[in-house]
Ligand binder design. Structure first.
Ligand code: HEC
Ligand code: HEC
Length: 293
């Protein structure tokens, strides 16, 4: 059913959801708690959490992704997967993972972890056997969040994540973010997102925020003959690196002995602060940034 939703189109889901809200009934009152949902004002009388759960079931989504794990998975995905599958897993040289059965049939990594450990090397999908179970779990949760992002378009008003405390969020930002940022980073940040949920994803992992390539991973490669090539990294493995230079020209360089590769990730410093964020911090900061619209 999850896959049916994705391929069937998100617009359909939004229309269905609107119908759901209008009829003020839930598709499955047994699961959502009959008392809360029965009667003419059932949907309206639900708590935000009940409403979100009802919506998730109605849209055929699996259990909600673990947001803290997904935040840790974002940089891992960027460094290990995005070159082939695109920054938001929507596909590049490798397939789109939002519509992948390997992803949609997985709930919390139980299936994906096994898949990623093996890969499909003969088909160009590397094995990630050296990654820890925790890292693979975090990547799986990141992928589920991307699926949600596509599936929930238009339905975000129901999924209220503004549960944090804005004053505590401000304190957190003042003490943890201003070492690297200034007020300008955060002014009107919220208006760049369609929903608080996306704002949260966006500030925790701002990779998608700029399409001008300024946040891309770059590298400088020194060759044994003394030459230097710099550019945006589009592929990298232990054996080879592919760069696109400022003229748009592609360079494929074998990492032979004597070849030095220096990679630079503009988000490395931002990435370093992610592991210290608790769920509460995330909600508080989002609540605060939402007030800066
Ligand atoms: C070097 C390029 C490359 C990298 C890096 C890469 N993949 Fe892949 N991936 C592929 C290709 C190509 C396929 C399609 C294989 C096939 O045709 O069976 C694939 C397939 C997959 C599939 C299965 C899709 C489906 O439904 O058949 C998943 C899931 C996946 N990759 C996840 C990941 C994740 C997560 C990472 C990072 C940890 C990653 N990949 C890194 C190239 C890559
Ligand atoms: C150790 C340094 C560091 C810390 C701490 C840090 N960041 Fe960042 N952040 C960066 C860097 C570097 C970038 C990417 C380049 C840039 O925007 O200057 C970035 C980018 C961003 C962006 C994207 C800005 C844009 O418009 O493209 C947002 C939003 C952001 N960070 C929010 C936060 C928040 C919220 C916190 C605190 C919870 C935080 N950052 C903590 C270093 C940091």
């Amino acid at each position: 059913m999850r896959q049916g939703l994705i391929t069937g189109g998100v617009a359909g889901a939004a229309v269905l959801l609107a119908a759901l809200a209008l009829s003020q009934a839930t598709p499955n009152s047994r699961q959502t708690g009959a008392a809360a949902t029965r009667g003419p004002n059932g949907f309206r009388n639900m708590t935000p959490a009940q409403r979100a759960a009802a919506t998730r079931r109605f849209l055929g989504l699996g259990p909600p992704p673990d947001k803290a794990a997904a935040a840790l998975g974002a940089p891992l995905f960027r460094q290990n997967c995005a070159f082939c599958h695109g920054p938001q897993a929507r596909g590049a040289e490798g397939p789109n993972l939002i519509t992948s059965e390997e992803v949609l049939d997985d709930e919390h990594g139980e299936r994906l972890e096994a898949f990623l450990k093996k890969g499909r090397p003969a088909m160009g999908m590397p094995s990630f056997a050296t990654m820890s179970d925790t890292q693979l779990y975090d990547i799986a949760e990141f992928l589920h969040e991307q699926v949600e992002d596509v599936a929930n378009r238009g339905t975000y008003h129901v999924l209220n994540i503004l549960v944090g405390n804005a004053a505590q969020g401000k304190e957190y930002v003042d003490s943890h973010c201003m070492t690297c940022h200034n007020a300008e980073t955060f002014a009107h940040l919220a208006s760049r997102f369609r929903s608080p949920d996306q704002l949260q994803r966006g500030w925790i992992w701002p990779e998608g925020l700029r399409n001008d390539g300024s946040l891309a991973i770059t590298a400088t490669v020194k060759t044994p003959d003394g030459g230097t090539i710099s550019g945006r990294v589009t592929q990298v493995s232990d054996f080879r690196i592919t760069l696109v230079d400022s003229f748009g020209q592609t360079h494929v360089i074998d990492r032979d002995p004597g070849v030095e590769v220096e990679m630079k990730d503009p988000l490395a410093a931002h990435e370093a602060m992610i592991p210290s964020l608790t769920n509460e911090d995330m909600h508080n900061v989002t609540a605060y940034l939402e007030t800066l619209k």
